[in-house]
Design a protein around this ligand. Structure first.
Ligand SMILES: NC(=O)C1=CN([C@@H]2O[C@H](COP(=O)(O)OP(=O)(O)OC[C@H]3O[C@@H](n4cnc5c(N)ncnc54)[C@H](OP(=O)(O)O)[C@@H]3O)[C@@H](O)[C@H]2O)C=CC1
Ligand SMILES: O=C1OC[C@@H](O)[C@H](O)[C@H]1O
Length: 361
């Protein structure tokens, strides 16, 4: 690479949808605020044939963008963990496998970026972070939305400029429309042993918007009380609704997710004493928001953010910079924050009734 940016060599674990999205983004020529170079060094899959197909479709056409490196393809995940040329492992398996995949990668001494939801429960998350601490490796949950420049600007407006005055309430929704009962039994969206249900899959984004907009110092101040309800269809949770109740500031987050109804484009609304901010979807990857003050005429001011591809490169850049600077945790989503988010989702399920095999509550 003809630049001075740090370069990171990735080992990709699993060749499903999210791994393809991640790799496609990392092999884009550039993106706004690019801070690192990324090389797909190896790919691990449950079968060599699947790994080869993934390689042919997502890497081979972009070898020049991969610094000319033709990745190794392995018929298992362990070979990725043991590949000495891999700097960091990206885990793109369904939620229920994250814990074991992380444990295996960390035990082999590898740094890890693991997809959301990080694990099925807070207790599992704590086991993984404890091991990372013992082994002295970098570990981060891939909650990519937190790394969007849009989020930084939104939080600057809310808590530095105080653009809408005193923040009181956030409404945020993530709805997709699919019939869970008609999915194959082995779908990760239907199989409870894989953490099926909307909360860990997409509700986690509504929750993220709640904490990012209602907490001036995310994760470092008051922890909200939770009030939750859920709908189950054939045992799988298809609607989650919960309130984050911050008793010190009086703020409320009214947050929802569902697989029965697609969310509106204006998926989030943050209300303050002087105005309202509407964020325009999709919930996981928005490109704009509007600030509308109560005492101004018109539609308000639109803020737009350029985003080639999907926007996974920003979290990947953050990993590269942390690795270069020797950090083991990322400040945007550190281990305590991942554990806290898992704990809130435990509590929502405890109150709402959604259960996974092995739950102890
Ligand atoms: N950040 C984001 O925007 C997104 C994040 N995600 C997260 O990524 C994870 C994976 O989701 P997604 O890519 O949609 O899932 P897919 O079903 O598309 O892919 C999962 C992959 O995991 C591997 N795998 C290992 N064991 C199993 C198993 N028993 N059943 C199914 N797959 C298995 C397979 O890869 P192989 O055969 O190659 O080993 C499979 O292709 C989830 O945790 C999800 O929350 C998902 C979508 C978007
Ligand atoms: O993380 C996600 O975001 C986008 C959704 O389509 C997907 O189901 C989910 O896993």
């Amino acid at each position: 690479m003809a630049n001075d940016l740090p370069t990171v060599r990735w080992g990709i674990v699993a060749t499903g949808m999210i791994s393809s999205w991640f790799v496609e983004d990392l092999l884009l020529p550039t993106w706004p605020g690019k801070r690192a170079n990324h090389i797909i060094q190896s790919i691990g899959s449950s079968s060599l044939e699947k790994g080869q197909k993934f390689h042919e479709k997502y890497v081979l056409p972009h070898l020049a963008q991969n610094s000319g490196v033709d990745p190794k393809i392995y018929p298992d995940y362990a070979s990725v963990y043991n590949d000495p040329d891999v700097d960091v492992v990206y885990i793109g398996t369904p939620h229920s496998f994250h814990k074991q995949n992380c444990i295996d990668a960390i035990s082999a001494g590898k740094n890890v970026l693991c997809e959301k939801a990080f694990t099925l429960t807070q207790a599992d998350a704590k086991e993984v972070t404890k091991l990372a601490k013992e082994k002295g490796v970098f570990l981060m949950e891939a909650m990519w939305t937190r790394f969007y420049p849009l989020v930084k600007e939104l939080r600057r407006l809310l808590y530095e400029e105080k653009a809408i005055g005193r923040v009181w309430r956030t409404f945020a929704d993530f709805g997709l429309s699919y019939d869970v009962e008609s999915l194959p039994d082995n779908s990760r969206l239907k199989d409870l042993s894989m953490g099926a249900g909307t909360l860990l899959d997409i509700g986690i984004y509504s929750l993220t918007w709640g904490v990012l907009t209602l907490e001036e110092n995310v994760g470092k101040g008051e922890h909200p009380k939770i009030l939750a309800a859920q709908t189950l269809q054939s045992g799988v949770e298809t609607i989650s609704s919960w309130i984050l109740n911050y008793t010190d500031t009086g703020r409320h987050g009214i947050l929802t997710s569902t697989s029965n109804v697609r969310s509106a484009n204006n998926f989030a609304r943050i209300e303050g004493s002087k105005g309202v901010i509407s964020i325009h979807g999709p919930t996981s990857s928005p490109e704009s928001f509007t600030v509308k003050l109560h005492d101004e005429e018109g539609e308000g001011k639109l803020y737009t953010f350029d985003k080639p591809g999907r926007g996974f490169y920003w979290e990947a850049d953050a990993v590269a910079v942390d690795l270069k600077e020797g950090r083991k945790e990322n400040e945007t989503i550190n281990w305590a924050e991942t554990e806290r988010i898992m704990g809130i989702m435990d509590e929502i399920r405890r109150q709402g009734g959604a259960r996974f095999p092995g739950d102890t509550f």
